[in-house]
Design a protein around this ligand. Structure first.
Ligand SMILES: Cc1cc2nc3c(=O)[nH]c(=O)nc-3n(C[C@H](O)[C@H](O)[C@H](O)COP(=O)(O)OP(=O)(O)OC[C@H]3O[C@@H](n4cnc5c(N)ncnc54)[C@H](O)[C@@H]3O)c2cc1C
Length: 395
């Protein structure tokens, strides 16, 4: 396949920047245009709920590539102007610019989900501006209410507790992270939050906002806080992409190379993209930093006509309450959770616990709590789908 002459990457976050970089690494010599809705140079999001929020890092520290570095890569930038439509062979920007190209990569990420009736003053966290605004609000506050006990909510709660705030977390499910990690390991996430000094309310269903500082729960209880953050996940940013024949029901449906189904010359990467899952056989969004980077390499090499990169083992992490939660492989595919290391699964210390997820007797994934050394060592066993005896024997 001959290389296209011009690739337009829509979305200048992690997926967009990595795609541009990987195109050059794969030997692509044509024109690359990078379009970003935000005015900022592309930046990294994980520190937004961690070091940037607590003030440990300045925003400059999270820049992925500044304007000079993008110029060096010969990438034309259009920042602060969202794309508003994608037609055959052209993308339209909000300022009236039309960029014609023969390949397009959709990398527009996701927007935080909001609750019905959510007042504008209630915070969500996705962008640098969101993080700085939440930081300012927390500076003068004594209390924080977090709606949603997932990773981002727990990380914000962790930082706020460390700064001396009284923190409550509402989780609608019986344990946090149940969908991603299952009930047994979800219990450990919940223990980490409550043992960290947070008032964790499980099975707590918010029915309405009374105002920007007070919510009402299903049992009629009202909870107030100086600051409220809603952290209930993110929906793919697709409003701008109205195009017949493209399945956008839950992200842009793509094949296993990131090619958007129903199109030619269009790919999608990152949180906006629902790639075909070789194991489950359906389309699946994988909203983790490492998978975005991995997908960018696959797409860039596909566009450049290079060999696909070697397969990788999925990985994610979260920093909270003084330790790192790490996951490798596909824990969500496991039907049995087995203690590999530590005592957390039997009620002992959460720190040092490693859980193995098995399906059909094969190791599908591993999740560790403050156990980085072990998680790294299980990677090879997850990659080959080791059996239970081999996983338990690792010393
Ligand atoms: C607060 C936070 C903490 C996180 N922490 C972790 C972590 O600890 N570990 C982990 O594994 N993962 C973490 N993640 C997830 C990881 O950062 C994301 O998976 C990753 O940023 C997704 O990259 P992306 O390029 O798909 O989307 P994004 O990084 O969201 O980039 C998309 C970009 O596209 C732009 N855009 C949207 N619409 C348009 C348009 N119409 N035209 C042009 N541009 C547009 C957006 O403004 C945005 O800049 C975290 C995410 C957040 C938000």
């Amino acid at each position: 396949m001959s290389q296209p002459g011009h690739v337009v990457v829509i979305g200048a976050g992690l997926g967009g920047v990595r795609t541009a970089e990987q195109l050059r690494t794969a030997g692509f010599e044509g024109t690359i245009s990078l379009v970003g809705a935000e005015p900022h140079a592309p930046y990294d999001r994980p520190p937004l709920s961690k070091q940037v929020l607590t003030g440990a890092w300045t925003p400059e520290r999270i820049v992925l590539r500044d304007h000079d570095a993008l110029a060096e890569l010969k990438v034309d930038t259009h920042f602060g102007v969202p794309a508003v439509a994608l037609h055959d062979g052209a993308v339209e920007l909000a300022d009236g610019t039309t960029l014609r190209a023969d390949a397009f990569v959709i990398a527009t990420g996701a927007d935080p989900r909001r609750l019905p009736g959510q007042p504008d003053e209630v915070h969500t966290l996705r962008t640098l501006d969101d993080s700085l605004s939440l930081r300012r609000a927390l500076e003068g506050a004594k209390s924080l209410l977090v709606v949603g006990g997932g990773f981002i909510g727990a990380e914000v709660a962790s930082g706020a507790v460390a700064q001396g705030l009284q923190v409550t977390v509402l989780e609608a499910l019986p344990v946090p992270c149940e969908r991603a990690l299952g009930p047994e390991v979800g219990v450990l996430c919940g223990r980490l939050i409550s043992e960290g000094g947070v008032d964790l309310r499980l099975g707590a269903k918010l029915t309405r906002f009374i105002d920007a500082n007070t919510v009402e729960l299903a049992d009629g209880e009202r909870l107030s806080a100086d600051v409220i953050l809603v952290g209930i996940g993110a929906a793919p940013s697709l409003e701008w992409l109205r195009r017949e024949g493209v399945d956008t029901a839950n992200g842009v449906a793509c094949d296993g190379h990131g090619r958007v189904l129903g199109t030619s010359g269009v790919w999608a990467v990152g949180d906006v993209a629902a790639w075909e899952d070789p194991v489950r056989g359906r389309h699946f969004r994988n909203e983790h930093w490492t998978s975005v980077t991995d997908q960018a390499a696959v797409v860039a090499r596909d566009i450049a006509g290079a060999e696909p990169p070697p397969e990788t083992v999925p990985y994610f992490w979260s920093d909270q309450f003084g330790l790192k939660i790490q996951g490798i492989g596909r824990p969500e595919l496991g039907d049995e959770v087995v203690r590999l290391k530590g005592e957390g699964l039997s009620g002992g210390a959460v720190k040092g616990t490693v859980a193995g997820y098995f399906a059909g007797g094969r190791l599908m994934g591993v999740v560790g709590f403050g156990a980085a050394k072990w998680v790294a060592r299980y990677r090879a066993l997850v990659a080959k789908g080791a059996d239970r005896a081999e996983a338990l024997a690792l010393e």
